[in-house]
Write a protein that binds this ligand. Sequence first.
Ligand code: MN
Length: 495
Amino acid sequence: MPYTQLTIEDVLKNMKFQRDAKGEALIRSAYEMAEVAHRGQKRKAGEDYIQHPLHTALNLAKIGLGPRTISAGLLHDVPEDTQVTLEEVEKKFGKEVAAMVDGVTKLGRIKLRGTKEEMYLENLRKMFLAMAADIRVVLIKLADRLHNMETLEALPPEKRERIARETLDIFAPIANRLGIGEIKDRLEDLAFQHLDPEKFAYVSKISEEQQAQRKIHIRQIISELKKQLQKDGIRVEDIYGRSKHPYSLFQKLKRHDMDINKVYDLAGIRIIVAEVVNCYETLGVVHKMYRPLVGRIKDYISLPKPNGYQSIHTTIFGPKGKFLEIQIRTKKMDDEAEFGIAAHWIYAENRRSFRNFFRKKSVVPEQDLVWVKQLREWQTELGKDNQEFMEGLRIDFFKNHIFAFTPMGDIINLPEEATPIDFAYKVHSDIGDRAIGAKANGKMVPLDYRVQNGEVIEIITSREHKNPSRDWIRFVKTSAAKTHIRKFMKRDGMI
Ligand code: MN
């Protein structure tokens, strides 16, 4: 597969907002640093390494992110893979950019492999978000993953499969939770294509056939609708035909015994209007012209989907009895459906509050941030209290939680200020009872050490003795650890 060779101009050209001289200068100098640092390095397919950060930056520009996030995207592999250090990045580009680069580097070290069990995967997704701390770090990671998926061909088959699986299990659902439909769809299709090439080809083929059958009708309906809407004085910003992407069609087919005739939203038309009230007016016009299918009218404007998605959907009987789904939404809703969380920044920014948005929590009214509701729901699922988990863009909803790893990559969820002993008992009571030492990220630490988010904790155990110390009671944080230590002391007649 030939790769698109990008230049920094392609990135700048695709920026949606904030393309001013200052921002451009920042991006250009981030590019220079990355280009020099990666010079001589090649990607697996043989192209210059710098193409990877450039594509990552382009993906970020396309979903509307600003100069600092794009710069961090350009620099995201610099500290890990080159001689240039994070300190140098910070010196040149400041704390904010450096913190994002650091966040991406740290996320890259997490092993995201796991079982297929949904609960475990959900924990991995939560942990990933919690560790990122700044939503922009997650967006860079998604942009990075998207390019890695686009160039997956270059890797050996086993690696390809693992990465595609991880993409489907972790990254696509995160993109979905953040409402970034554009990235979610592409990640899913790329993963699907690699994991099941035959089914992918099959689904793509029937989709194309169905598309072709509907093409003329769609064109006809669009022109009829345009005329009528104009007559009724409803301003239409955009109207176009759309189709379901392969992976999503495949999911639908599975639910309907692989019977394509039962899939009603295979193809459709999207109408973008100016105001919310126009959405309902347009729905009236559509139903006046075409008979709607009973039970297929969905008002996600009044009742948004959990990820914040808003739109009106209705399925109509088109010519020759072919069903067509019509989606009606405003420009803002459309942007939010494509760019998700990033769109909120674009709109926040247009209200001249972008700068403050990162620093103060009250600048953008919380009800504006539908995705916040979603994060909050996750928090409730975890059974934590709801107060003040959101501060600006920080993902503080796991504020009192620490995620640490076993040397095997399993995630251990601990309360704040937990120690290696808490960790040990959480893994297994026997490991707690036999603990004699601990390492955090490979370095020896005392047993009352406070475990930090993301650390790999290794417990050194005694093979011969079970020997919990009564001193441990003073510093452990979890009740499980306390219970086990007390039980042991009682048995030994220590208390
Ligand atoms: Mn990368």
